[in-house]
Design a protein around this ligand. Structure first.
Ligand code: GDP
Ligand code: MG
Length: 616
Protein backbone atom coordinates (compact mmCIF):
# COMPACT_ATOMS: atom_id res chain seq x y z
CA UNK A 1 0.00 0.00 0.00
CA UNK A 2 1.29 3.46 -0.79
CA UNK A 3 1.62 6.10 1.88
CA UNK A 4 -1.22 8.02 0.34
CA UNK A 5 -3.56 5.07 0.44
CA UNK A 6 -2.64 4.26 3.98
CA UNK A 7 -3.05 7.86 5.09
CA UNK A 8 -6.47 8.21 3.59
CA UNK A 9 -7.31 4.72 4.75
CA UNK A 10 -6.34 5.77 8.22
CA UNK A 11 -8.73 8.68 8.21
CA UNK A 12 -11.36 6.44 6.76
CA UNK A 13 -10.91 3.92 9.51
CA UNK A 14 -10.97 6.57 12.20
CA UNK A 15 -14.11 7.95 10.65
CA UNK A 16 -15.42 4.44 10.71
CA UNK A 17 -14.69 4.33 14.43
CA UNK A 18 -16.75 7.45 14.83
CA UNK A 19 -19.47 5.99 12.63
CA UNK A 20 -19.63 2.73 14.56
CA UNK A 21 -19.84 4.70 17.77
CA UNK A 22 -22.40 7.05 16.35
CA UNK A 23 -20.27 10.14 16.89
CA UNK A 24 -20.64 12.54 14.03
CA UNK A 25 -20.09 15.70 15.89
CA UNK A 26 -23.71 16.11 16.93
CA UNK A 27 -24.18 18.11 20.06
CA UNK A 28 -25.62 15.23 22.08
CA UNK A 29 -22.85 12.68 21.62
CA UNK A 30 -19.69 12.22 23.70
CA UNK A 31 -17.48 15.13 24.58
CA UNK A 32 -14.19 14.34 22.85
CA UNK A 33 -15.09 12.23 19.85
CA UNK A 34 -17.01 14.80 17.85
CA UNK A 35 -13.87 16.88 17.78
CA UNK A 36 -12.04 13.92 16.31
CA UNK A 37 -14.66 13.47 13.61
CA UNK A 38 -14.40 17.15 12.91
CA UNK A 39 -10.62 17.03 13.00
CA UNK A 40 -10.66 14.67 10.04
CA UNK A 41 -10.98 16.02 6.55
CA UNK A 42 -14.08 15.16 4.57
CA UNK A 43 -15.21 16.00 1.08
CA UNK A 44 -18.65 17.47 0.53
CA UNK A 45 -20.33 17.88 -2.83
CA UNK A 46 -22.08 21.21 -3.23
CA UNK A 47 -24.05 22.58 -6.12
CA UNK A 48 -27.36 23.62 -7.55
CA UNK A 49 -30.09 21.12 -8.12
CA UNK A 50 -29.41 18.84 -11.12
CA UNK A 51 -25.93 20.28 -11.55
CA UNK A 52 -24.59 16.71 -11.60
CA UNK A 53 -23.46 16.20 -7.97
CA UNK A 54 -24.61 12.63 -7.62
CA UNK A 55 -23.25 11.81 -11.05
CA UNK A 56 -19.81 13.16 -10.12
CA UNK A 57 -19.84 11.16 -6.91
CA UNK A 58 -20.74 8.03 -8.79
CA UNK A 59 -17.99 8.44 -11.30
CA UNK A 60 -15.45 9.01 -8.54
CA UNK A 61 -16.66 5.80 -6.96
CA UNK A 62 -16.94 4.05 -10.31
CA UNK A 63 -20.28 2.55 -9.44
CA UNK A 64 -23.96 3.26 -10.08
CA UNK A 65 -25.68 3.44 -6.78
CA UNK A 66 -27.09 6.92 -6.30
CA UNK A 67 -30.58 8.02 -7.17
CA UNK A 68 -30.21 10.57 -9.96
CA UNK A 69 -32.50 12.58 -12.14
CA UNK A 70 -34.18 15.90 -12.48
CA UNK A 71 -35.96 17.65 -9.65
CA UNK A 72 -34.97 17.23 -6.03
CA UNK A 73 -33.61 13.70 -5.71
CA UNK A 74 -31.07 13.95 -2.90
CA UNK A 75 -33.11 15.01 0.10
CA UNK A 76 -30.90 13.89 2.97
CA UNK A 77 -27.13 14.19 3.31
CA UNK A 78 -25.42 10.96 2.31
CA UNK A 79 -22.16 10.26 4.09
CA UNK A 80 -20.38 7.90 1.77
CA UNK A 81 -17.31 6.08 3.00
CA UNK A 82 -15.23 4.29 0.42
CA UNK A 83 -13.00 1.50 1.65
CA UNK A 84 -10.45 -0.02 -0.68
CA UNK A 85 -10.27 -3.80 -0.23
CA UNK A 86 -7.87 -6.48 -1.47
CA UNK A 87 -7.86 -7.45 -5.14
CA UNK A 88 -10.60 -9.83 -6.31
CA UNK A 89 -12.70 -9.27 -3.22
CA UNK A 90 -16.42 -9.17 -3.70
CA UNK A 91 -17.70 -5.60 -3.73
CA UNK A 92 -20.40 -4.74 -1.27
CA UNK A 93 -22.13 -1.84 0.43
CA UNK A 94 -23.40 -1.48 3.96
CA UNK A 95 -25.73 1.03 5.63
CA UNK A 96 -25.24 2.16 9.17
CA UNK A 97 -28.98 1.87 9.75
CA UNK A 98 -28.93 -1.75 8.48
CA UNK A 99 -25.88 -3.21 10.15
CA UNK A 100 -24.76 -6.69 9.08
CA UNK A 101 -26.70 -6.58 5.83
CA UNK A 102 -24.35 -6.68 2.87
CA UNK A 103 -25.64 -5.25 -0.38
CA UNK A 104 -23.93 -6.68 -3.45
CA UNK A 105 -26.56 -5.44 -5.87
CA UNK A 106 -26.01 -1.71 -6.27
CA UNK A 107 -29.48 -1.20 -7.72
CA UNK A 108 -30.75 -2.26 -4.30
CA UNK A 109 -28.42 0.24 -2.66
CA UNK A 110 -30.03 2.99 -4.70
CA UNK A 111 -33.47 1.74 -3.74
CA UNK A 112 -32.51 1.64 -0.07
CA UNK A 113 -31.24 5.23 -0.21
CA UNK A 114 -34.59 6.27 -1.67
CA UNK A 115 -36.58 4.24 0.86
CA UNK A 116 -34.52 5.45 3.79
CA UNK A 117 -34.96 9.03 2.63
CA UNK A 118 -38.70 8.51 2.43
CA UNK A 119 -38.75 6.92 5.87
CA UNK A 120 -37.50 10.17 7.33
CA UNK A 121 -39.26 12.70 5.13
CA UNK A 122 -42.28 10.84 3.84
CA UNK A 123 -42.86 10.59 0.10
CA UNK A 124 -42.73 14.35 -0.17
CA UNK A 125 -40.27 16.77 -1.61
CA UNK A 126 -39.17 17.71 1.88
CA UNK A 127 -35.62 17.47 3.10
CA UNK A 128 -34.04 16.24 6.34
CA UNK A 129 -30.64 17.10 7.81
CA UNK A 130 -30.27 13.60 9.29
CA UNK A 131 -27.56 11.93 7.23
CA UNK A 132 -27.65 8.44 5.75
CA UNK A 133 -24.38 6.61 6.29
CA UNK A 134 -23.24 4.28 3.55
CA UNK A 135 -19.98 2.37 3.29
CA UNK A 136 -18.72 0.82 0.10
CA UNK A 137 -16.06 -1.89 0.21
CA UNK A 138 -14.41 -2.48 -3.10
CA UNK A 139 -11.01 -3.12 -4.67
CA UNK A 140 -11.80 -0.45 -7.25
CA UNK A 141 -12.32 2.58 -5.05
CA UNK A 142 -9.87 4.92 -3.37
CA UNK A 143 -10.18 5.40 0.35
CA UNK A 144 -12.29 8.48 0.67
CA UNK A 145 -15.23 9.88 2.58
CA UNK A 146 -17.61 11.91 0.48
CA UNK A 147 -20.78 13.68 1.45
CA UNK A 148 -23.57 14.11 -1.07
CA UNK A 149 -25.84 16.98 -0.18
CA UNK A 150 -29.24 18.13 -1.40
CA UNK A 151 -28.97 20.59 -4.27
CA UNK A 152 -29.28 24.30 -3.70
CA UNK A 153 -32.43 25.78 -5.20
CA UNK A 154 -33.91 29.16 -5.85
CA UNK A 155 -37.65 28.64 -5.35
CA UNK A 156 -39.84 26.22 -3.46
CA UNK A 157 -41.85 23.97 -5.75
CA UNK A 158 -45.32 22.53 -5.14
CA UNK A 159 -45.34 20.40 -1.99
CA UNK A 160 -42.33 22.10 -0.41
CA UNK A 161 -42.48 24.50 2.51
CA UNK A 162 -41.62 28.14 1.73
CA UNK A 163 -38.52 27.91 3.87
CA UNK A 164 -37.01 25.09 1.81
CA UNK A 165 -34.58 27.30 -0.13
CA UNK A 166 -33.14 28.64 3.09
CA UNK A 167 -33.32 25.26 4.86
CA UNK A 168 -31.25 23.57 2.18
CA UNK A 169 -28.72 26.35 2.12
CA UNK A 170 -28.33 26.26 5.89
CA UNK A 171 -27.95 22.51 5.92
CA UNK A 172 -25.34 22.57 3.19
CA UNK A 173 -23.55 25.44 4.89
CA UNK A 174 -23.41 23.53 8.18
CA UNK A 175 -21.28 20.93 6.39
CA UNK A 176 -19.05 23.12 4.28
CA UNK A 177 -18.32 25.82 6.84
CA UNK A 178 -16.22 23.40 8.91
CA UNK A 179 -12.60 24.27 8.18
CA UNK A 180 -11.77 20.61 7.58
CA UNK A 181 -14.36 20.21 4.87
CA UNK A 182 -13.02 20.05 1.34
CA UNK A 183 -15.62 21.53 -0.95
CA UNK A 184 -16.33 19.94 -4.28
CA UNK A 185 -18.18 22.82 -5.90
CA UNK A 186 -20.15 21.57 -8.88
CA UNK A 187 -21.28 23.98 -11.56
CA UNK A 188 -22.86 22.98 -14.86
CA UNK A 189 -20.98 24.31 -17.87
CA UNK A 190 -24.18 25.13 -19.69
CA UNK A 191 -24.90 27.88 -17.18
CA UNK A 192 -23.02 31.08 -16.60
CA UNK A 193 -20.47 30.52 -13.85
CA UNK A 194 -21.47 33.89 -12.40
CA UNK A 195 -24.84 32.37 -11.47
CA UNK A 196 -23.37 29.23 -9.89
CA UNK A 197 -24.92 28.43 -6.48
CA UNK A 198 -21.93 26.26 -5.65
CA UNK A 199 -19.39 29.04 -6.19
CA UNK A 200 -21.53 31.50 -4.27
CA UNK A 201 -21.61 29.33 -1.16
CA UNK A 202 -17.98 28.21 -1.55
CA UNK A 203 -16.78 31.79 -1.74
CA UNK A 204 -18.80 32.64 1.35
CA UNK A 205 -17.23 29.93 3.54
CA UNK A 206 -13.82 29.72 1.84
CA UNK A 207 -13.06 33.18 0.48
CA UNK A 208 -9.41 32.40 -0.25
CA UNK A 209 -10.38 29.31 -2.25
CA UNK A 210 -8.01 27.11 -0.27
CA UNK A 211 -10.25 24.14 0.13
CA UNK A 212 -12.57 24.52 -2.81
CA UNK A 213 -12.28 22.29 -5.88
CA UNK A 214 -14.12 23.75 -8.85
CA UNK A 215 -15.81 21.07 -10.95
CA UNK A 216 -17.48 21.89 -14.23
CA UNK A 217 -20.02 19.33 -15.44
CA UNK A 218 -22.10 19.03 -18.59
CA UNK A 219 -19.32 20.27 -20.85
CA UNK A 220 -21.01 18.20 -23.58
CA UNK A 221 -24.19 20.23 -23.21
CA UNK A 222 -22.67 23.62 -23.94
CA UNK A 223 -23.98 25.58 -26.88
CA UNK A 224 -22.16 24.85 -30.08
CA UNK A 225 -19.39 27.37 -30.61
CA UNK A 226 -18.86 28.12 -26.94
CA UNK A 227 -16.36 26.56 -24.57
CA UNK A 228 -15.46 26.69 -20.89
CA UNK A 229 -11.77 27.40 -21.23
CA UNK A 230 -12.00 30.66 -19.31
CA UNK A 231 -13.32 28.75 -16.34
CA UNK A 232 -11.17 25.64 -16.69
CA UNK A 233 -7.99 27.64 -17.07
CA UNK A 234 -8.82 29.65 -14.00
CA UNK A 235 -9.41 32.98 -15.65
CA UNK A 236 -13.05 33.42 -14.62
CA UNK A 237 -12.74 32.31 -11.10
CA UNK A 238 -9.41 31.88 -9.34
CA UNK A 239 -9.01 28.99 -6.94
CA UNK A 240 -5.88 27.55 -5.31
CA UNK A 241 -6.75 24.18 -6.84
CA UNK A 242 -7.08 23.57 -10.57
CA UNK A 243 -10.52 23.38 -12.13
CA UNK A 244 -11.62 20.00 -13.44
CA UNK A 245 -14.05 19.51 -16.30
CA UNK A 246 -16.31 16.47 -16.32
CA UNK A 247 -18.61 14.75 -18.74
CA UNK A 248 -21.10 12.56 -16.94
CA UNK A 249 -23.72 10.35 -18.44
CA UNK A 250 -26.71 12.14 -19.83
CA UNK A 251 -30.20 11.18 -18.82
CA UNK A 252 -30.45 9.36 -22.15
CA UNK A 253 -27.30 7.35 -21.30
CA UNK A 254 -28.80 6.45 -17.95
CA UNK A 255 -32.03 5.38 -19.54
CA UNK A 256 -30.04 3.21 -21.95
CA UNK A 257 -28.13 1.70 -19.02
CA UNK A 258 -24.73 2.82 -20.23
CA UNK A 259 -22.45 1.38 -17.60
CA UNK A 260 -19.72 3.13 -15.71
CA UNK A 261 -16.83 1.62 -17.61
CA UNK A 262 -18.31 2.65 -20.90
CA UNK A 263 -19.11 6.08 -19.46
CA UNK A 264 -15.54 6.62 -18.33
CA UNK A 265 -14.23 5.51 -21.70
CA UNK A 266 -16.59 7.93 -23.41
CA UNK A 267 -15.47 10.73 -21.12
CA UNK A 268 -11.80 10.02 -21.87
CA UNK A 269 -12.54 9.99 -25.57
CA UNK A 270 -14.47 13.21 -25.28
CA UNK A 271 -11.53 15.11 -23.83
CA UNK A 272 -8.92 13.46 -26.03
CA UNK A 273 -10.78 14.31 -29.22
CA UNK A 274 -12.23 17.66 -28.22
CA UNK A 275 -10.73 20.50 -30.24
CA UNK A 276 -11.23 22.83 -27.27
CA UNK A 277 -9.97 20.67 -24.43
CA UNK A 278 -7.49 18.18 -25.94
CA UNK A 279 -4.55 20.13 -24.55
CA UNK A 280 -6.05 19.75 -21.06
CA UNK A 281 -7.04 16.09 -21.47
CA UNK A 282 -4.59 14.79 -18.87
CA UNK A 283 -6.08 17.02 -16.15
CA UNK A 284 -9.75 16.50 -17.00
CA UNK A 285 -12.34 13.86 -16.23
CA UNK A 286 -13.65 12.03 -13.19
CA UNK A 287 -10.68 9.67 -12.85
CA UNK A 288 -8.34 12.62 -12.68
CA UNK A 289 -10.63 14.35 -10.18
CA UNK A 290 -10.51 11.29 -7.92
CA UNK A 291 -6.71 11.29 -8.03
CA UNK A 292 -6.50 15.02 -7.43
CA UNK A 293 -8.75 14.72 -4.42
CA UNK A 294 -6.76 11.84 -2.97
CA UNK A 295 -3.50 13.71 -3.39
CA UNK A 296 -4.91 16.79 -1.73
CA UNK A 297 -6.32 14.73 1.10
CA UNK A 298 -2.94 13.18 1.63
CA UNK A 299 -1.25 16.50 2.24
CA UNK A 300 -4.09 17.72 4.43
CA UNK A 301 -3.97 14.59 6.52
CA UNK A 302 -0.21 14.63 6.79
CA UNK A 303 -0.35 18.17 8.12
CA UNK A 304 -3.02 17.15 10.55
CA UNK A 305 -1.45 14.00 11.94
CA UNK A 306 0.07 15.65 15.02
CA UNK A 307 -3.23 17.13 16.11
CA UNK A 308 -5.07 13.89 15.34
CA UNK A 309 -2.50 11.97 17.37
CA UNK A 310 -2.84 14.27 20.33
CA UNK A 311 -6.61 14.09 20.13
CA UNK A 312 -6.50 10.32 20.05
CA UNK A 313 -4.12 10.22 23.00
CA UNK A 314 -6.28 12.59 24.97
CA UNK A 315 -9.35 10.53 24.24
CA UNK A 316 -7.59 7.32 25.23
CA UNK A 317 -6.57 8.87 28.52
CA UNK A 318 -10.10 10.01 29.17
CA UNK A 319 -11.51 6.61 28.28
CA UNK A 320 -9.00 4.85 30.50
CA UNK A 321 -9.85 6.92 33.50
CA UNK A 322 -13.53 6.39 32.79
CA UNK A 323 -12.83 2.64 32.65
CA UNK A 324 -11.19 2.88 36.06
CA UNK A 325 -14.20 4.71 37.39
CA UNK A 326 -16.58 2.15 35.96
CA UNK A 327 -14.50 -0.80 37.14
CA UNK A 328 -13.09 -3.61 35.11
CA UNK A 329 -15.33 -6.40 33.81
CA UNK A 330 -16.32 -9.15 36.25
CA UNK A 331 -14.84 -12.66 36.11
CA UNK A 332 -17.07 -15.33 34.57
CA UNK A 333 -15.86 -18.41 36.50
CA UNK A 334 -17.17 -19.03 40.00
CA UNK A 335 -13.66 -19.07 41.49
CA UNK A 336 -12.99 -15.63 40.12
CA UNK A 337 -16.41 -14.43 41.17
CA UNK A 338 -15.97 -15.69 44.72
CA UNK A 339 -12.60 -13.99 44.83
CA UNK A 340 -14.18 -10.75 43.64
CA UNK A 341 -17.00 -10.94 46.17
CA UNK A 342 -14.66 -11.59 49.06
CA UNK A 343 -12.44 -8.76 47.91
CA UNK A 344 -15.42 -6.41 47.82
CA UNK A 345 -16.51 -7.54 51.29
CA UNK A 346 -13.03 -6.88 52.61
CA UNK A 347 -13.04 -3.41 51.07
CA UNK A 348 -16.34 -2.71 52.79
CA UNK A 349 -15.09 -4.14 56.08
CA UNK A 350 -12.00 -1.96 55.95
CA UNK A 351 -14.07 1.18 55.57
CA UNK A 352 -16.49 0.08 58.28
CA UNK A 353 -13.58 -0.41 60.68
CA UNK A 354 -12.15 2.97 59.81
CA UNK A 355 -15.44 4.46 60.87
CA UNK A 356 -15.22 2.75 64.23
CA UNK A 357 -11.53 3.13 64.92
CA UNK A 358 -11.22 6.63 63.58
CA UNK A 359 -10.03 7.96 60.26
CA UNK A 360 -13.62 8.24 59.17
CA UNK A 361 -16.32 9.91 61.26
CA UNK A 362 -19.05 8.07 63.15
CA UNK A 363 -17.27 6.02 65.83
CA UNK A 364 -17.18 9.09 68.03
CA UNK A 365 -20.95 8.99 68.22
CA UNK A 366 -20.73 5.78 70.22
CA UNK A 367 -18.48 7.52 72.70
CA UNK A 368 -21.07 10.30 72.80
CA UNK A 369 -23.71 7.81 73.83
CA UNK A 370 -21.59 6.61 76.74
CA UNK A 371 -20.35 10.00 77.79
CA UNK A 372 -23.53 12.08 77.45
CA UNK A 373 -26.63 10.14 76.63
CA UNK A 374 -26.27 7.40 79.23
CA UNK A 375 -25.26 9.66 82.17
CA UNK A 376 -28.05 12.07 81.29
CA UNK A 377 -30.57 9.25 81.19
CA UNK A 378 -29.35 7.99 84.52
CA UNK A 379 -29.63 11.43 86.05
CA UNK A 380 -33.18 11.73 84.84
CA UNK A 381 -34.40 8.57 86.52
CA UNK A 382 -37.29 9.40 88.89
CA UNK A 383 -35.58 8.44 92.13
CA UNK A 384 -36.87 11.57 93.85
CA UNK A 385 -40.37 10.27 93.43
CA UNK A 386 -39.42 6.72 94.29
CA UNK A 387 -37.65 7.84 97.48
CA UNK A 388 -40.15 10.50 98.46
CA UNK A 389 -41.07 10.43 102.10
CA UNK A 390 -44.51 9.22 101.24
CA UNK A 391 -43.33 6.32 99.09
CA UNK A 392 -40.59 5.30 101.53
CA UNK A 393 -43.15 5.22 104.30
CA UNK A 394 -45.52 3.19 102.17
CA UNK A 395 -42.94 0.65 100.97
CA UNK A 396 -41.41 0.23 104.40
CA UNK A 397 -44.75 -0.17 106.10
CA UNK A 398 -45.95 -2.65 103.53
CA UNK A 399 -42.74 -4.66 103.96
CA UNK A 400 -43.13 -4.66 107.71
CA UNK A 401 -46.57 -6.13 107.60
CA UNK A 402 -48.42 -6.23 110.88
CA UNK A 403 -45.19 -6.20 112.88
CA UNK A 404 -43.14 -3.03 112.79
CA UNK A 405 -39.40 -3.43 112.34
CA UNK A 406 -37.04 -3.17 115.19
CA UNK A 407 -33.87 -1.34 114.37
CA UNK A 408 -33.46 -1.10 110.63
CA UNK A 409 -36.29 -2.06 108.27
CA UNK A 410 -34.36 -4.71 106.32
CA UNK A 411 -37.24 -5.81 104.12
CA UNK A 412 -38.19 -2.21 103.50
CA UNK A 413 -34.69 -1.42 102.38
CA UNK A 414 -34.62 -4.39 100.07
CA UNK A 415 -37.94 -3.51 98.48
CA UNK A 416 -36.96 0.12 98.04
CA UNK A 417 -33.66 -0.82 96.47
CA UNK A 418 -35.11 -3.45 94.17
CA UNK A 419 -37.78 -1.04 93.05
CA UNK A 420 -35.18 1.60 92.32
CA UNK A 421 -32.88 -0.78 90.47
CA UNK A 422 -35.58 -1.75 88.02
CA UNK A 423 -35.46 1.83 86.75
CA UNK A 424 -31.98 1.16 85.37
CA UNK A 425 -33.33 -1.27 82.77
CA UNK A 426 -34.61 1.61 80.63
CA UNK A 427 -31.29 3.46 80.16
CA UNK A 428 -29.49 0.11 79.76
CA UNK A 429 -31.73 -0.89 76.86
CA UNK A 430 -31.69 2.60 75.39
CA UNK A 431 -27.90 2.54 75.34
CA UNK A 432 -27.86 -0.79 73.53
CA UNK A 433 -30.36 0.51 70.97
CA UNK A 434 -28.48 3.73 70.45
CA UNK A 435 -25.24 1.84 69.82
CA UNK A 436 -27.13 -0.44 67.45
CA UNK A 437 -28.46 2.51 65.48
CA UNK A 438 -25.04 4.05 65.15
CA UNK A 439 -23.58 0.76 63.93
CA UNK A 440 -26.40 0.35 61.45
CA UNK A 441 -25.87 3.85 60.14
CA UNK A 442 -22.16 3.13 59.81
CA UNK A 443 -22.89 0.00 57.79
CA UNK A 444 -25.12 2.03 55.49
CA UNK A 445 -22.46 4.71 55.17
CA UNK A 446 -19.69 2.22 54.55
CA UNK A 447 -21.66 0.47 51.82
CA UNK A 448 -22.14 3.81 50.15
CA UNK A 449 -18.51 4.75 50.55
CA UNK A 450 -17.12 1.51 49.16
CA UNK A 451 -16.39 2.70 45.63
CA UNK A 452 -15.79 -0.82 44.36
CA UNK A 453 -19.25 -1.89 45.47
CA UNK A 454 -21.04 0.87 43.67
CA UNK A 455 -21.49 -1.11 40.48
CA UNK A 456 -23.04 -4.14 42.19
CA UNK A 457 -26.45 -3.16 43.55
CA UNK A 458 -27.43 -6.76 44.32
CA UNK A 459 -24.30 -7.49 46.30
CA UNK A 460 -24.67 -4.14 48.04
CA UNK A 461 -28.19 -5.01 49.16
CA UNK A 462 -27.33 -8.54 50.27
CA UNK A 463 -24.22 -7.47 52.09
CA UNK A 464 -26.09 -4.73 53.92
CA UNK A 465 -28.91 -7.14 54.79
CA UNK A 466 -26.44 -9.67 56.18
CA UNK A 467 -24.68 -6.97 58.18
CA UNK A 468 -27.97 -5.69 59.61
CA UNK A 469 -28.91 -9.22 60.57
CA UNK A 470 -25.61 -9.67 62.37
CA UNK A 471 -26.04 -6.33 64.15
CA UNK A 472 -29.51 -7.45 65.24
CA UNK A 473 -28.00 -10.57 66.80
CA UNK A 474 -25.33 -8.52 68.55
CA UNK A 475 -27.99 -6.18 69.85
CA UNK A 476 -30.01 -9.03 71.31
CA UNK A 477 -26.93 -10.41 73.04
CA UNK A 478 -25.94 -6.97 74.27
CA UNK A 479 -29.43 -6.28 75.57
CA UNK A 480 -29.40 -9.51 77.56
CA UNK A 481 -25.97 -8.76 78.98
CA UNK A 482 -26.82 -5.19 79.97
CA UNK A 483 -30.06 -6.24 81.64
CA UNK A 484 -28.19 -8.98 83.39
CA UNK A 485 -25.80 -6.40 84.79
CA UNK A 486 -28.77 -4.50 86.17
CA UNK A 487 -30.40 -7.63 87.52
CA UNK A 488 -27.15 -8.68 89.14
CA UNK A 489 -27.16 -5.51 91.15
CA UNK A 490 -30.60 -6.39 92.42
CA UNK A 491 -29.86 -9.99 93.20
CA UNK A 492 -27.29 -9.34 95.89
CA UNK A 493 -26.91 -6.10 97.70
CA UNK A 494 -23.47 -4.94 98.67
CA UNK A 495 -22.72 -6.27 102.13
CA UNK A 496 -20.85 -3.26 103.39
CA UNK A 497 -23.86 -1.12 102.92
CA UNK A 498 -25.91 -3.24 105.26
CA UNK A 499 -23.06 -3.49 107.70
CA UNK A 500 -22.93 0.24 107.92
CA UNK A 501 -26.65 0.74 108.38
CA UNK A 502 -27.15 -0.05 112.11
CA UNK A 503 -24.03 1.87 113.01
CA UNK A 504 -25.35 4.84 111.23
CA UNK A 505 -28.59 4.50 113.14
CA UNK A 506 -26.66 4.33 116.39
CA UNK A 507 -24.63 7.32 115.43
CA UNK A 508 -27.87 9.25 115.14
CA UNK A 509 -28.38 9.02 118.95
CA UNK A 510 -29.05 6.30 121.52
CA UNK A 511 -30.76 3.18 120.31
CA UNK A 512 -33.62 3.81 122.59
CA UNK A 513 -34.30 7.12 121.04
CA UNK A 514 -34.12 5.68 117.56
CA UNK A 515 -36.70 3.05 118.41
CA UNK A 516 -38.96 5.75 119.57
CA UNK A 517 -38.22 7.69 116.42
CA UNK A 518 -39.10 4.71 114.31
CA UNK A 519 -42.26 6.21 112.89
CA UNK A 520 -41.08 9.77 112.71
CA UNK A 521 -40.49 11.51 109.43
CA UNK A 522 -36.79 11.86 110.17
CA UNK A 523 -36.49 8.12 110.34
CA UNK A 524 -38.05 7.61 106.91
CA UNK A 525 -36.08 10.46 105.48
CA UNK A 526 -32.92 8.79 106.68
CA UNK A 527 -33.98 5.52 105.10
CA UNK A 528 -34.67 7.36 101.84
CA UNK A 529 -31.31 9.06 101.84
CA UNK A 530 -29.52 5.79 102.65
CA UNK A 531 -31.22 4.06 99.74
CA UNK A 532 -30.49 7.06 97.55
CA UNK A 533 -26.78 6.87 98.28
CA UNK A 534 -26.81 3.14 97.58
CA UNK A 535 -28.58 3.76 94.26
CA UNK A 536 -26.09 6.49 93.49
CA UNK A 537 -23.28 4.03 93.99
CA UNK A 538 -24.94 1.45 91.70
CA UNK A 539 -25.62 4.14 89.12
CA UNK A 540 -21.93 5.04 89.07
CA UNK A 541 -21.07 1.40 88.57
CA UNK A 542 -23.58 0.88 85.74
CA UNK A 543 -22.44 4.06 84.08
CA UNK A 544 -19.16 2.24 83.60
CA UNK A 545 -20.25 -1.34 83.10
CA UNK A 546 -23.07 -0.78 80.58
CA UNK A 547 -20.66 0.82 78.04
CA UNK A 548 -18.22 -2.01 78.65
CA UNK A 549 -20.89 -4.58 77.92
CA UNK A 550 -22.16 -2.70 74.85
CA UNK A 551 -18.66 -2.42 73.43
CA UNK A 552 -17.94 -6.04 74.22
CA UNK A 553 -21.16 -7.42 72.73
CA UNK A 554 -21.79 -5.01 69.85
CA UNK A 555 -18.84 -2.90 68.76
CA UNK A 556 -16.16 -5.51 69.25
CA UNK A 557 -18.31 -8.19 67.68
CA UNK A 558 -19.13 -5.94 64.71
CA UNK A 559 -15.45 -5.42 64.12
CA UNK A 560 -14.69 -9.08 64.50
CA UNK A 561 -17.49 -10.97 62.85
CA UNK A 562 -19.92 -8.64 61.10
CA UNK A 563 -19.80 -10.62 57.85
CA UNK A 564 -18.97 -14.11 59.19
CA UNK A 565 -22.40 -15.51 58.48
CA UNK A 566 -22.44 -13.83 55.08
CA UNK A 567 -19.14 -15.46 54.20
CA UNK A 568 -20.59 -18.86 55.11
CA UNK A 569 -23.65 -18.21 52.94
CA UNK A 570 -21.57 -17.05 50.00
CA UNK A 571 -19.29 -20.06 50.37
CA UNK A 572 -22.29 -22.35 49.88
CA UNK A 573 -23.49 -20.65 46.71
CA UNK A 574 -23.23 -22.27 43.29
CA UNK A 575 -21.75 -20.56 40.24
CA UNK A 576 -25.00 -19.14 38.98
CA UNK A 577 -26.01 -17.63 42.31
CA UNK A 578 -22.58 -16.09 42.67
CA UNK A 579 -22.98 -14.51 39.28
CA UNK A 580 -26.32 -13.07 40.41
CA UNK A 581 -24.66 -11.45 43.40
CA UNK A 582 -22.40 -9.68 40.95
CA UNK A 583 -25.27 -8.47 38.81
CA UNK A 584 -24.50 -4.98 37.78
CA UNK A 585 -26.64 -2.04 37.05
CA UNK A 586 -27.49 -2.68 33.38
CA UNK A 587 -26.97 0.95 32.47
CA UNK A 588 -23.50 0.81 33.93
CA UNK A 589 -22.68 -2.45 32.17
CA UNK A 590 -23.77 -0.87 28.93
CA UNK A 591 -21.60 2.14 29.58
CA UNK A 592 -18.58 -0.01 30.32
CA UNK A 593 -19.11 -2.05 27.18
CA UNK A 594 -19.34 1.13 25.14
CA UNK A 595 -16.30 2.53 26.82
CA UNK A 596 -14.29 -0.66 26.30
CA UNK A 597 -15.23 -0.81 22.65
CA UNK A 598 -14.36 2.81 22.14
CA UNK A 599 -11.05 2.30 23.88
CA UNK A 600 -10.25 -0.69 21.71
CA UNK A 601 -11.03 1.17 18.52
CA UNK A 602 -9.07 4.20 19.60
CA UNK A 603 -6.07 2.11 20.52
CA UNK A 604 -6.22 0.53 17.09
CA UNK A 605 -6.45 4.00 15.57
CA UNK A 606 -3.41 5.10 17.54
CA UNK A 607 -1.41 2.15 16.29
CA UNK A 608 -2.35 3.01 12.75
CA UNK A 609 -1.44 6.64 13.13
CA UNK A 610 1.88 5.59 14.60
CA UNK A 611 2.66 3.21 11.78
CA UNK A 612 1.63 5.71 9.11
CA UNK A 613 3.60 8.58 10.57
CA UNK A 614 6.73 6.42 10.59
CA UNK A 615 6.43 5.32 6.99
CA UNK A 616 5.93 8.91 5.86
P1 GDP B 1 -27.72 16.36 -8.85
O1 GDP B 1 -29.12 16.76 -8.64
O2 GDP B 1 -26.80 17.52 -8.74
O3 GDP B 1 -27.29 15.24 -7.96
O4 GDP B 1 -27.57 15.91 -10.34
P2 GDP B 1 -27.65 14.43 -10.96
O5 GDP B 1 -26.32 13.80 -10.87
O6 GDP B 1 -28.79 13.73 -10.42
O7 GDP B 1 -27.82 14.83 -12.47
C1 GDP B 1 -28.95 15.52 -12.95
C2 GDP B 1 -29.21 15.17 -14.39
O8 GDP B 1 -28.17 15.72 -15.20
C3 GDP B 1 -29.20 13.69 -14.69
O9 GDP B 1 -30.17 13.39 -15.58
C4 GDP B 1 -27.83 13.43 -15.32
O10 GDP B 1 -27.85 12.38 -16.25
C5 GDP B 1 -27.56 14.73 -15.99
N1 GDP B 1 -26.14 15.03 -16.09
C6 GDP B 1 -25.30 15.22 -15.07
N2 GDP B 1 -24.05 15.49 -15.50
C7 GDP B 1 -24.10 15.48 -16.85
C8 GDP B 1 -23.12 15.71 -17.86
O11 GDP B 1 -21.91 15.95 -17.62
N3 GDP B 1 -23.55 15.61 -19.14
C9 GDP B 1 -24.87 15.33 -19.47
N4 GDP B 1 -25.19 15.24 -20.73
N5 GDP B 1 -25.80 15.13 -18.51
C10 GDP B 1 -25.43 15.20 -17.24
MG1 MG C 1 -28.17 14.33 -6.33
Amino acid sequence: MTTMESLIGLVNRIQRVCTVLGDFGDADSGATLPTLWEALPSVAVVGGQSSGKSSVLESIVGRDFLPRGSGIVTRRPLVLQLHKTEERQQEYAEFLHLPRRKFTDFALVRKEIQDETDRMTGKTKQISPVPIHLSIYSPYVVNLTLIDLPGLTKVAVEGQPDTIVEDIENMVRSYVEKPNCIILAISPANQDIATSDAMKLAREVDPAGERTFGVLTKLDLMDKGTNALDVLEGRSYRLQQPWVGIVNRSQADINKNVDMIAARRKEREYFATSPDYAHLASTMGSEYLAKLLSRHLESVIRARIPSITSLINKTINELESEMDRLGRPVAVDSGGQLYTILGLCRAFDRIFKEHLDGGRPGGDRIYGIFDNQLPAALRKLPFDRHLSLQNVKKVVSEADGYQPHLIAPEQGYRHLIEGALSYFRGPAEATVDAVHNVLKELVRKSVRETEELRRFPTLQAELAAAAYEALERFREDSRKTALRLVDMEASYLTVEFFRKLPQEVEKGGNPHASTIDRYSEGHFRRIGSNVSSYIGMVSEMLKNSIPKSAVYCQVREAKRSLLDQFYTQVGKKEGKELGKLLDEDPALMERRQQCARRLELYQAAREEVDSVSWTG
